[in-house]
Design a protein around this ligand. Structure first.
Ligand SMILES: Nc1ncnc2c1ncn2[C@@H]1O[C@H](COP(=O)(O)OP(=O)(O)O)[C@@H](O)[C@H]1O
Ligand SMILES: O=C(CO)[C@@H](O)[C@H](O)COP(=O)(O)O
Length: 495
């Protein structure tokens, strides 16, 4: 059997599968998250390791078979910065993808490279707040002693691969989210790092070697294998960013498939054979982890806003369906701009959330919950329009914790006009990582299999979760989206 591990923002999941795509066991452990009012969002890499151990242990204990795990793959939250010293020890907590404390450094690095247009022309990407590059400049400015000690730069999934195998390696999909990577040439860019370390070469020398998305990083360290209850012969694939692995796990390895994730972040993406060409940076031109590219829009506020709202009102996420069922599109005029953590798309790292249009008829918990769900959904549906360049999606694969809400899925169907499907295996990041492990393992056996072939066998839709769009609701959602855009423009058009 094969193991997929997904280190998300809120927790780490592990999934055991066979080559038919049947899940054989699973485990989960939560992470702590340090959030400060200045926008800092940090985690200790050792927390991910601790959660991985619990998740893998529980997956193995719950497994219906004792077959050996032949290969594993790791999916990880994108963009986080892990820095190691000369002894390969972690120097400080990782700043995460949703850290907005580094917004000034993001602007500064763009200016140092000649502005947004010049950055895009040279490297095919425009750094947004949250990408890895600004975290390095922040470290240089705010913690020069720590900066001087940096000898290795890793992303979260690469750190876990390092812990598992002892090898320092990177992979194209996750590397493309650093903004010190040329997404067109698929190689590291020294120029961007020179603008941070003054050309000493310190940072460029700290970059790991890149391996192909179907390649392997190594085998498990014997002591790690013993601790996890796995064989030291277990192969570790290159792994990748959680969106790249979610793409594989939803069959988004060919053009025409659309995936929308409702996790801590909300993301929407669709496989492409060429890099996205958006000089505004709104559509991220990331590489996929199955050989091509993955144009992607990410918003920083998703289930945190909805979960926070229901909890504030003394309710539970399972109450969302009832609130959506009891209220109509537009929440009777209540508009929730959901930028509690600042925002990445639109590019407003210092924004904050706000409620508008409160009246005596809509000032109820149900309307408040609908307004929160609509605020998050309208933001990511605008992202969908950007990724598809205005084309209508026929079906969308929805994943992440929010996909569990039947009424939220129906809202997405009604507002987008697309049929919403949920994969049979809900943990798409884990499944994608396991599929990648199978691809990598098959190559070591001299019988290489392709991502597309395996996805056809292993990725299935759960028909019971499908939601088809209701034409009679479309006008209400179009009006609600227009009201949302108008409110947004009133506040932010001058910025
Ligand atoms: N039925 C539900 N409806 C809406 N949100 C839910 C539901 N179940 C779980 N969630 C939310 O999903 C989030 C976790 O999603 P997940 O995709 O696992 O996040 P991440 O990968 O960022 O760690 C939590 O905020 C949780 O409250
Ligand atoms: O920054 C991005 C995408 O570019 C985020 O999607 C992170 O990869 C975090 O993912 P989740 O924890 O929400 O799954």
């Amino acid at each position: 059997m094969y193991l997929g591990i997904d280190c998300g923002t809120q927790g780490t999941k592990a999934l055991l599968v066979n080559e038919k795509g049947e899940s054989l066991g699973r485990g989960y452990a939560k992470h702590e998250l340090v959030e400060r009012s200045n926008g800092a969002r940090e985690q200790q890499p050792e927390w991910w390791v601790a959660a991985l151990k619990i998740a893998v242990r529980d997956a193995l204990q719950s497994a219906s078979t004792t077959e050996p795990v032949l290969a594993l793959g790791v999916s990880g939250q994108q963009h986080g910065l892990v820095v190691l010293d000369e002894n390969k020890q972690v120097i400080r907590p990782a700043k995460l993808w949703n850290d907005t404390e580094t917004a000034p450094q993001n602007s500064a690095i763009i200016e140092r490279l000649g502005g947004k247009d010049a950055f895009f022309a040279r490297f095919g990407i425009v750094p947004l707040t949250g990408y890895t590059v600004s975290k390095l400049l922040w470290l240089a400015e705010k913690e020069p002693e720590n900066f001087a000690r940096v000898r290795h730069i890793l992303l979260p999934h690469e750190y876990l691969n390092f812990w598992l195998t002892g090898e320092l390696r990177a992979e194209f999909g996750d590397a493309s989210g650093t903004a010190f990577f040329d997404v067109r040439k698929r190689e590291w860019t020294r120029e961007v790092l020179d603008a941070i370390d003054g050309g000493t070469g310190q940072l460029f020398a700290a970059l790991p070697e890149l391996v192909n998305s179907d390649g392997i990083v190594g085998k498990l360290r014997p002591e790690v294998a013993a601790e996890l209850g796995l064989s030291p012969e277990c192969v570790v694939s290159s792994g990748g960013g959680d969106n790249m692995m979610g793409a594989i796990g939803t069959g988004n390895v060919r053009e025409g498939v659309v995936t929308l994730s409702l996790g801590t972040s909300s993301t929407v993406y669709s496989f492409s054979t060429h890099p996205a060409n958006d000089p505004t940076g709104n559509v991220a031109p990331f590489c996929s982890s199955s050989g091509g590219w993955l144009p992607l829009v990410c918003t920083m506020n998703a289930t945190n806003v909805v979960t926070g709202t229901v909890q504030l009102l003394g309710k539970h996420v399972t109450d969302i369906d009832a609130s959506l069922d009891k209220t109509e599109p537009g929440a009777d005029g209540l508009v929730f701009l959901p930028y509690l953590n600042g925002e990445r798309t639109p590019d407003l790292p210092d924004a904050r959330g706000s409620l508008h249009g409160i009246s005596s008829t809509n000032f109820t918990p149900d309307h408040m919950i609908r307004a929160a769900v609509e605020g998050v959904s309208f933001g990511i549906l605008s992202g969908l329009d950007l990724v598809l360049e205005g084309r209508q999606a026929e079906t969308i694969q929805v994943i992440g914790g929010g996909a569990r809400s039947r009424a939220w899925r129906q809202l997405l169907a009604d507002a987008s006009g697309a049929t919403i499907q949920v994969p049979e295996e809900e943990e798409s990041g884990c499944l994608g990582a396991a599929i990648q492990a199978i691809v990598a393992y098959s190559a070591t056996q001299g019988q290489p299999q392709s991502f597309a072939d395996i996805a056809v066998t292993m990725v299935r839709v759960n028909p019971a979760s499908t939601c088809t769009p209701r034409a009679e609701k479309r006008a209400g959602y179009d009006a609600a989206r227009a009201a949302f855009r108008k409110q947004f423009a009133q506040i932010y058009s001058a910025t």
